[in-house]
Write a protein that binds this ligand. Structure first.
Ligand code: PLP
Length: 359
């Protein structure tokens, strides 16, 4: 055994780093980015704001202006607090860290966003997945029964879910929040494409906070996520956050763009309209099933035996279209591909590649 193997935890040695595909020269529809960049006038204003920054200084972690803007523009209710993360990935990390009592349990539907499980592993919490129904809807009775058995300190609910896109029923999610013995985090990463949100009523439940990100609304490169909720929770998460987690660059860029949030809203509306165009085209295609979605992506299952999904994925890749292939991961996602909604020409290329791959 070498020194690395004797020092690093076996479960870390056994895993791989988070996979990010090389998309050079491809139509990139694999990770739910927005296809749209900033208009020139706003890019120029952002550049001017960045040029004035004192890069020799650490950020001021109170982020007063940024947090106030998030509260105002993202509908965080009066009396609630906002805490920012370096992407909502980091929010998942500091929330998990804060809840990491010895022997505590983390629970989430499965399949769902992998980082819920990853951070549970990093902080040595026991992760209990509760399978979705075969149609990817929430099995609320099974979830509540599992909570009664395992008494999770922390429950994650992606609303809508990734990678399935499922718009879980609000009533069912409410039942879970009410029955949970600990904290529930509703992850609304895809809220800009959904019709419902728990943010306006987050203060009505003593055990609830809502997490979001700007990554899906044209700012994935900025790395900014946030948690909104009652001060009693936010105060505790603030203690496990890295002290200067939001760079002065991210702060200044986000402030300038959120002051012009109508630009992001307009881009999200274009993506939403395109989603319906793509859904229509998929409905006319033979050889796949598409699942309901309230996000900026569509999960489809390729018909056929083992390997059918990967064969289509590889064929699309050869045609220079990159989507996400889930075969070989969670068994419920066998033969599933996740198609991010891009700009109209990208979607047309994706649909053409998919259709040709299915032939
Ligand atoms: C459900 C969900 N939560 C959180 C994240 C993390 O987003 P980010 O770290 O870019 O804010 C993602 C990213 O895909 C996601 O799908």
């Amino acid at each position: 055994m070498n020194i690395v193997q004797s020092v690093i935890r076996p479960e870390i040695l056994a895993m791989g780093a988070y996979p990010v595909a090389d998309a050079t020269g491809m139509v990139k529809l694999d990770v739910m980015e927005s296809p749209y960049t900033l208009p020139d006038w706003l890019a120029r204003e952002v550049g001017e704001a960045v040029a004035k920054l004192p890069l020799n200084r650490y950020p001021v972690p109170s982020l007063t202006r940024l947090r106030a803007l998030i509260a105002e523009k993202m509908g965080v209710p009066e009396g609630c607090e906002v805490l920012c993360g370096n992407g909502s990935d980091e929010c998942i990390q500091f929330i998990t860290a804060a809840c990491a009592r010895e022997g505590a349990v983390v629970m989430a539907p499965a399949p769902s966003f992998v980082m819920f499980q990853m951070h549970a592993l990093f902080y040595r919490l026991r992760f209990v997945p509760v399978p979705l129904r075969p149609d990817f809807s929430l099995d609320v009775d099974a979830f509540i029964a599992a909570m009664a058995l395992h008494k999770p300190a922390l429950v994650w609910l992606a609303y809508p879910n990734n990678p399935t896109g499922s718009p879980f029923s609000r009533t069912e999610v409410e039942r879970i929040v009410r029955a949970a013995p600990g904290l529930v985090v509703i992850d609304e990463a895809y809220q800009p494409f959904a019709t419902d949100s728990f943010m306006p009523r987050v203060a009505e439940y003593p055990n609830l906070v809502v997490m979001r990100t700007v990554s899906k609304i044209s700012l994935a490169g900025v790395r900014l996520g946030y948690v909104g909720g009652p001060a009693q929770w936010i105060r505790e998460f603030d203690k496990t956050r890295a002290p200067f987690n939001i760079s002065v660059l991210a702060e200044a860029v986000a402030i300038k763009i959120l002051e012009n949030k109508h630009v992001l809203d307009e881009q999200a509306a274009r993506v939403l309209a395109e989603r319906e165009v793509v859904r229509g085209a998929l409905a006319r295609m033979r050889g796949l099933t598409q699942y309901p979605t309230a996000a900026n992506f569509i999960c489809v299952r390729i018909e056929g035996g083992p390997g059918a999904g990967t064969a289509v994925f590889e064929s699309m890749k050869r045609q220079k279209v990159l989507v996400k292939n889930f075969s070989g991961g969670h068994p419920m996602l066998e033969n599933c591909l996740r198609l991010t909604i891009g700009a109209p020409d990208e979607n047309r290329a994706m649909l053409a590649a998919l259709e040709s791959a299915l032939r």
